[in-house]
Design a protein around this ligand. Structure first.
Ligand SMILES: Nc1nc2c(ncn2[C@@H]2O[C@H](COP(=O)(O)OP(=O)(O)OP(=O)(O)O)[C@@H](O)[C@H]2O)c(=O)[nH]1
Ligand SMILES: [Mg+2]
Length: 305
């Protein structure tokens, strides 16, 4: 649509429209173009075109707003297993993210250091969990959508009283929860014991950690994160050898047949004997059938014909 015959005001608006930095700004200048577009017969088609563009643009803006609300930020693709950190400023969420994952967020003693999502991947015993750090509670960029749509919420506190305050934000999420009591290095052993007893008496699923002092509790935290996802880690073993270091991941209630099938179809057909060790066995090296139900951390040995 030629705009050569248009007024200088229209041209100015069009130029700004073309250089706009986002859709909101585009909409602003598009409205100005509509206002400046002559309202006579010869420019009827052009005005109609501008109005159609406006409708499309408004639709697009609405669509993006909606998708932000329903599934967190559009930039984050949710992994199969995801956890999101939540807590007040300076509780040490970003410091914890660096201990758990490969991410390098900014960490500082100043409040509200984190201004946007930071995504890391925790690799633990061959399993990957996506962990998201985000701006603290009371920061304007804190996104409750992330909390409402995740599998696991990691509640970071440095005082017991913070737990109840944070739980107000968790009313709409179905995610499991782990309370992380951070900065234990700042406590005397007496204070530590009292806090531990108090958290225990409230039956919280918690872990006490420090991101300083030789990483107290960090491995326990990783273990808790992994075991809050409901799946089985099964270690395979060849006769006469040690079990593998990396587990196979199976759905809860999986049987020996499921394990064999996951390895290969041929294996299932050629099994002569199966032995197991671990939580689902009555005793080590128990011989079991194909329909035996496994538990997390079982070790399985197949003998084939
Ligand atoms: N003593 C001690 N200090 C810690 C520990 N973990 C984090 N800190 C310090 O606490 C301060 C805040 O840590 P951050 O990880 O930036 O806190 P945050 O929760 O991400 O807070 P935001 O600024 O809102 O993003 C920093 O100075 C950290 O070095 C800890 O275990 N012990
Ligand atoms: Mg931070």
């Amino acid at each position: 649509m030629a705009s050569t015959n248009q007024s200088p005001f229209y041209k100015k608006a069009e130029e700004k429209f073309l250089n706009a930095k986002d859709d909101e700004e585009r909409l602003f200048y598009l409205d100005e173009m509509i206002r400046e577009c002559p309202k006579h017969k010869s420019s009827e088609a052009m005005l109609a075109n501008l109005k159609t563009r406006r409708i499309k643009l408004v639709e697009k803006i609405e669509r993006i707003k909606k998708s932000k609300k329903s599934s967190g930020k559009p930039g984050i693709k949710k992994a199969d297993m995801q956890a999101v950190l939540i807590g007040f400023t300076n509780s040490g969420k970003s410091a914890i993210l660096t201990k758990l994952t490969n991410a390098h967020p900014l960490i500082s003693p100043y409040p509200f250091t984190t201004q946007t999502e930071e995504i890391g991947t925790m690799s633990y015993q061959g399993i990957q969990v996506q962990i998201i750090d985000q701006p603290s509670l009371k920061n304007e960029n804190f996104d409750i959508g992330l909390i409402n749509n995740t599998d696991l919420v990691l509640i970071v506190v440095t005082k017991i009283s913070e737990i109840q305050e944070i739980q107000k934000y968790l009313q709409r999420t179905k995610a499991k929860q782990i309370i992380i009591f951070n900065k234990t290095d700042l406590l005397t052993s007496d204070e530590k014991r009292k806090i531990q007893a108090s958290l225990q008496s409230k039956k919280y699923n918690f872990v006490m950690v420090s991101t300083m002092d030789n990483n107290e509790g960090i491995n326990e935290l990783k273990e808790k994160i992994i075991s809050s996802f409901n799946f089985l880690r099964i270690y395979l073993k060849e006769p006469g050898k040690n079990p593998s270091n990396t587990p196979m991941i199976l759905k809860p209630e999986a049987t020996i047949a499921d394990v064999a099938q996951k390895i290969s179809k041929q294996l299932l057909a050629s099994i002569s004997e199966v032995h197991i060790w671990g939580p689902s066995s009555k005793f080590p090296n128990q011989r079991v059938g194909l329909l035996h139900k496994l538990k997390d951390k079982d070790i399985v040995e197949f003998k084939t014909r």
